[in-house]
Design a protein around this ligand. Structure first.
Ligand SMILES: C[S@@+](CC[C@H](N)C(=O)[O-])C[C@H]1O[C@@H](n2cnc3c(N)ncnc32)[C@H](O)[C@@H]1O
Length: 276
């Protein structure tokens, strides 16, 4: 399949899925390879035939949507963000939980891939935050639309490359070597719920103190889907809570969110919590 043909096809198809071409520009080859395999499976000669198939068969759009999931992730991706989370954001959220006598912090990792993000959060919490704030427990809900990714998350074993941004003492504390892979020790998986959900359709019930939505909605969704999903996040995030984006993502203009001081890619949910 020629790159130019695949690009033209994606520029036609992505907006119909509520997705945006610029988000896919750099990663398109991965998607184009999957589409080529799909054509083989369907016995179709080229993208013109696939386009006719999509126009005739609405169910095929769901298959194409699944081919567009970009699943790259790794532990503590974007170290500067994690340093700010550990130094300031998580302790601030934990102290706010204590002030409302909650002793429990709830986080949602939306688009969690194979677990690198929620497990990275659990490791950072257990090794760097909890020792100072032992009375607060962290619960994490992690959702992804891709069932295969969630099965890998459930097995929690990773190649060395996925761990390359983890400080060595954290890697040694959190993982054990098994058959050439690094498997997360059981205590770092406690309090983490994995859910297979399309964030455009289903979102876990709030309130959350922290939402990580990195390298998903604000990269791949079109403007309308971004605004819609941001509304869902705003409904689920407590006032004073934090929303974390990916390093190359921009938050749509929204008066419910303001940059978290000195924490790159982190936004504070504005407003005051209603008292019970
Ligand atoms: C690029 S990965 C990002 C993983 C992690 N958040 C990070 O930044 O390292 C994007 C993840 O979002 C998932 N995804 C894509 N579309 C989704 C949707 N509509 N609902 C839920 N998950 C989705 C993909 O399966 C993939 O695992």
């Amino acid at each position: 399949m020629k790159d130019a043909d695949c690009v033209a096809f994606l520029q036609w198809a992505l907006p119909r899925l509520g997705l945006r071409w610029p988000g896919f520009r750099k990663v398109r080859r991965q998607v184009c390879r999957r589409i080529a395999r799909r054509l083989e499976t369907l016995g179709l000669p080229d993208l013109v035939a696939y386009r006719s198939r999509l126009e005739a068969d609405p169910a095929e759009w769901a298959a194409l949507d699944a081919l567009c999931h970009i699943t790259i992730s790794r532990f503590l991706r974007d170290r500067a963000v994690w340093e700010a989370l550990v130094r300031d954001v998580l302790p601030t959220l934990a102290r706010a939980a204590l002030a409302r006598t909650d002793r429990r912090l709830r986080a949602w990792s939306a688009g969690c891939a194979s677990g690198e993000e929620p497990y990275g959060l659990a490791i950072a919490w257990a090794l760097a935050v909890r020792p100072e704030l032992p009375d607060v427990a962290l619960e994490i809900v992690a959702s992804d639309a891709d069932d295969a990714m969630l099965r890998r998350a459930a097995s929690a074993c990773y190649a060395a490359g996925s761990l390359r941004e983890l400080p060595a003492p954290w890697r040694m504390a959190a993982f054990e070597r098994r058959a050439g892979t690094f498997c997360l020790r059981a205590r770092f998986r406690e309090g983490i719920e994995l859910r297979c959900e399309d964030v455009r359709v289903d979102q876990p019930e709030g309130p959350f103190d922290l939402v990580l939505c990195r390298n998903l909605a604000f990269t791949y969704f079109d403007a309308e889907a971004q605004r819609d999903f941001l509304g869902r996040i705003a409904e689920r995030l407590r006032p004073g809570g934090a929303l974390v984006l990916g390093r190359h993502e921009r938050l749509p203009e929204d008066e419910r969110f303001a940059p978290w001081p000195a924490a790159p890619c982190v936004f504070r949910r504005c407003g005051v919590e209603a008292r019970a």
